[in-house]
Every structure is written in structure tokens, then in C-alpha cells.
Write a protein that binds this ligand. Structure first.
Ligand code: NAD
Ligand code: DAU
Length: 331
């Protein structure tokens, strides 16, 4: 199969390309604009006969159309992905997440290409800490931030293009990913690289917010499963039962890195900070037979710490600008 992967030089997209090359015979073309979040080095070492890289924007309709004409299926990861950035400047989120997804859907319609849309559990809003319920495919949409509202908008566009134009699309909404190649603006790599640099980790507010962690490689295997067996028009939630509060994640990072578990600082909270996400992935497991492989979060975290320790050349160029951005906001 000829796969077109948008955003394949980003965190989860590049993990997916590595996973697809290792586990399938698909030929992969990556379309990525190489924004501040994209890194060509994340695709180094892949066989050139299996992976082709095209630098370009998903809002560029002629380019997108020419690439869809040569693809059997498209997996759409490209997005502006960081909540804190969306609070600072929402505009690029509207351009890429809404107009970009619209541009891809029009090409999918014109060329009748199978389309898989990557989305987030944040479209469902947040849960109370003691709520016994978790998000399911029928939870009503209730996004909180400019980021999550543009992702919710993009999901609704996909649903409309399936119903109105017969586009062969599926959607997945995944929980928080961790693993190699994640930008240092995000929580886990920020704290790991802080500790490497001798900076104390920074917890927003009281640090009681809960995220449902999944290794990026498990996200990739779930997406391949949906591409292969998913029912057109359906949505699948992806999660690995990995709920942890931020305080305990930071304490684990510090302990694994040989520091006292409480050697962190509390900083200004994120505006509108979602309290808790939790995914019920029963549908994906029961109907398509998917299972996660990374059962042990602490072991996955230890491997991720090793990766950042041995890939300083990959993250160091972004660290200074990222920390300058946070310092300006008291974070
Ligand atoms: P990322 O920010 O690491 O990567 C995004 C990639 O998209 C970058 O390579 C960037 O260069 C590219 N890109 C941005 N705008 C573009 C444009 N206009 N045209 C072409 N390329 C463009 O993001 P990520 O964390 O890897 O997230 C990937 C996808 O997964 C997003 O759709 C996000 O909403 C979704 N998601 C992320 C998580 C998570 O925990 N990170 C969880 C669930 C879903
Ligand atoms: O749930 C899926 C979502 O997960 C994806 O859709 C997003 O693209 C992805 O960025 C992620 O969103 P979060 O906002 O949950 O991730 P982030 O890594 O920014 O923050 C995780 C938690 O850690 C959150 O509660 C905020 C907190 N945090 C974050 C940073 C950067 C801190 O306490 N300190 C920090 O320095």
C-alpha cells in the first residue's frame, strides 16, 4: 500500500513512520511543513526506498491533490498540537487544524482515497477526579482550549465529508502520548531535559491534573489496526489505561534520574487547565482486537529518559527558545 502520512516529521507521526516501516510492507510518503515542531532528523535511518519526504503545507491544495493522486491511503497527523501555544496565538491552529483538514478532505473526496484522521481525547473536555466514568465514543464533545476546539472542529468536518460526500474515512481519538522524538515543550520531555540541564521540573498549579498516558508505539499499532480493519465512518478511542497525576509523573522522573522525588517547583497554572482525561478503549479492543504492548509506564518512562540522555543533539536546539517562551509566562 502507498501511504501518505501528514505531519510525519512530528512526534507521533515520526513514531508511526518508524513503526509502519518495521511492521508492514507499505511505502510511506511524508508530507510535513517542518514548522518549529517538525524535525527531519526524526526520520533519519529509515530506508530511502521505503520512505519519501515532501516538505509542504497541508493547506496547499494543488500539492495535496498531486500527492493524494499517488496514494492508496492517508493518515493525517499534521496539526498545531500544543495547548499552551494555542492560548498565546490561536490563529495557526485554525489554519492548520481546520483549513488544513478541510483541504485534505476535499482531496480525499476528489481522488476517492481512504482517509484516517488522528484526533485527541481533549475534544471531550475534562472529567472530575472522582468521576467513575471515562470517555467513550458517545461522550458529547465539550472542548476547552483553542487547540482542542479546532481538533473538535476538524473531527466534525471529517464526519460531514463521510456523510455528505461518501469519503472513506475513520477517526481515532487518543490520550496523552509519551516516547522518543517528542518536542521539549511537552510535559514529560520538558521535565526530563530540565533535570539533565540541572533545572528543577515545573508543575502547573497544584499538579493534581490527571492524564492517561500511552506509549507512542502503542498509538501507532492502534492506527495500523484501524486502517486495516476499521469500519468506514466509525470513531475509535485509543488508550492504554495509564491514568497518572502530574505530581506522580514528575516524582517518578526525578526518582528514575537519581534526584529527590520532591525536587520540583510549582509554577503559574495553565488558563482553563483541563483537570482529568481518561479513555475507555473497549470498542477498539473488542471490535478490532487491538491490545497495547507497553503495560509498564515506569519502564516506558525509563526508556524515554535514556532516549533523551542519548539524543541531546536532537532536542538541544529547541530547549533554549522553549524555556524562554515559558519564562515569559511565569512557567
Ligand atoms: P507535533 O506538534 O509533534 O507534530 C506536528 C507535525 O505537523 C510537525 O511535524 C509539524 O511540522 C507538522 N505540521 C504542522 N502544521 C503543518 C501544516 N500546515 N502542514 C504540514 N505539516 C504541518 O504533534 P504530535 O504531538 O505528534 O501530534 C500529532 C497529531 O496527534 C495531532 O493531530 C494531535 O492533535 C494528535 N494527538 C496528539 C497527542 C499527544 O499526546 N501528543 C495525543 C492524541 C492526539
Ligand atoms: O490528551 C491528548 C493531548 O495531550 C494531545 O491532544 C495534545 O496534542 C498533547 O499536547 C497533550 O495535551 P496536554 O495539554 O495534556 O499535554 P502537555 O504535555 O502540554 O501537558 C500535560 C500535563 O502536564 C498538563 O496537565 C499540563 C501539565 N504541565 C505541562 C507542562 C508543559 C505541567 O505541569 N508543567 C509543564 O511544564
Amino acid at each position: 500500500m502507498r501511504l501518505l502520512v501528514t505531519g510525519g516529521a512530528g512526534f507521533i507521526g515520526s513514531n508511526f513512520v518508524h513503526h509502519a516501516v518495521a511492521n508492514t510492507d507499505h511505502h510511506v510518503t511524508v508530507l510535513d511543513a517542518l514548522t518549529y515542531a517538525g524535525n527531519r532528523a526524526s526520520l533519519e535511518g529509515l530506508p530511502s526506498g521505503r520512505v519519501e519526504f515532501v516538505q509542504g503545507d497541508i493547506t496547499d491544495a494543488p500539492l495535496v491533490s498531486s500527492l493524494f493522486a499517488q496514494a492508496d491511503a492517508v493518515v493525517h497527523y499534521a496539526a498545531e498540537s500544543h495547548n499552551d501555544n494555542s492560548l498565546h496565538d490561536p490563529r495557526p491552529f485554525l489554519d492548520t487544524n481546520i483549513v488544513g483538514t478541510y483541504t485534505l478532505l476535499e482531496a480525499a473526496r476528489r481522488h476517492d482515497v481512504r482517509f484516517h484522521h488522528i484526533s485527541t481525547d481533549e475534544v471531550y473536555g475534562d472529567l472530575e477526579l472522582d468521576d467513575p466514568e471515562r470517555f467513550t465514543e458517545s461522550t458529547p464533545y465539550n472542548p476547552s482550549s483553542p487547540y482542542s476546539s479546532t481538533k473538535a472542529g476538524s473531527d466534525l468536518l471529517v464526519r460531514a465529508w463521510v456523510r455528505s460526500f461518501g469519503v472513506r474515512a475513520t477517526i481515532s481519538n487518543c490520550s496523552n502520548n509519551y516516547g522518543p522524538y517528542q518536542h521539549v515543550e511537552k510535559f514529560i520531555p520538558r521535565q526530563i531535559t530540565n533535570v539533565i540541564r540541572g533545572i528543577r521540573p515545573k508543575l502547573y498549579g497544584a499538579g493534581e491534573n490527571v492524564r492517561d498516558w500511552i506509549h507512542a508505539d502503542d498509538h501507532s499499532s492502534a492506527v495500523l489496526t484501524i486502517l486495516e480493519k476499521g469500519v468506514i465512518g466509525e470513531t475509535y478511542l485509543i488508550g492504554a489505561d495509564g491514568e497518572r497525576d502530574n505530581k506522580s509523573v514528575v516524582a517518578t522522573i526525578l526518582t528514575l534520574m537519581g534526584r529527590p522525588a520532591d525536587a520540583y517547583d510549582h509554577v503559574t497554572d495553565r488558563a482553563g487547565h483541563d483537570l482529568r482525561y481518561a479513555i475507555d478503549s473497549t470498542k477498539l479492543r473488542r471490535e478490532l482486537g487491538w491490545r497495547p504492548s507497553f503495560g509498564d509506564f515506569d519502564a516506558g518512562l525509563a526508556a524515554t529518559i535514556d532516549w533523551y540522555r542519548s539524543h541531546e543533539e536532537w532536542w538541544a536546539p529547541s530547549k533554549v527558545t522553549t524555556e524562554a517562551f515559558y519564562a515569559g509566562k511565569g512557567q
